[in-house]
Write a protein that binds this ligand. Sequence first.
Ligand code: HEM
Length: 128
Amino acid sequence: MTTVKESFGRVYGPRLPERFYEILLHADPRIAALFKHTDFARQKELFLHGLVSLMDYAEGKASGKMAIKRLGELHSRKRMNIAPDMFIVWGDSLIKTLAELDPQFSPQLEAEWRRTLSPGIDVIKQMY
Ligand code: HEM
């Protein structure tokens, strides 16, 4: 977790959500369609909060648990209807972004990022 937080510190800033959504929206035409009406100024802020929530969840913080449960409800079949397989594209897009923006990125760091994010992502997927 320490190395992930250090990495987050290096990449934190407007470039992170900017590049992430460029990569995510080009990854799959179904995804571009989902964000057709999105206010990206707002979404980019919320994305950074979402990332912090995934990290808080991995650390067992109550705030992380609440935020992830809320995101699970929002992304579920009844609300935004984000199919569970989309989360693979989401995670891969994030890793690509981090690899571009973090000069210290490495296969080990990638594994640590994935290990940190997956418990929260699993909860959101399971709430589909
Ligand atoms: C664990 C992974 C994810 C996190 C942390 C996350 C985070 C968020 C957050 C924080 C919001 C804003 C919620 C709000 O309005 O309060 C949001 C909205 C949204 N997310 Fe995700 N998301 C994830 C995965 C995905 C995936 C896989 C997709 C589809 C490919 C997706 C599509 C959307 C869409 C379409 C919105 C609504 C945008 C709008 O308001 O127009 N998300 N997400």
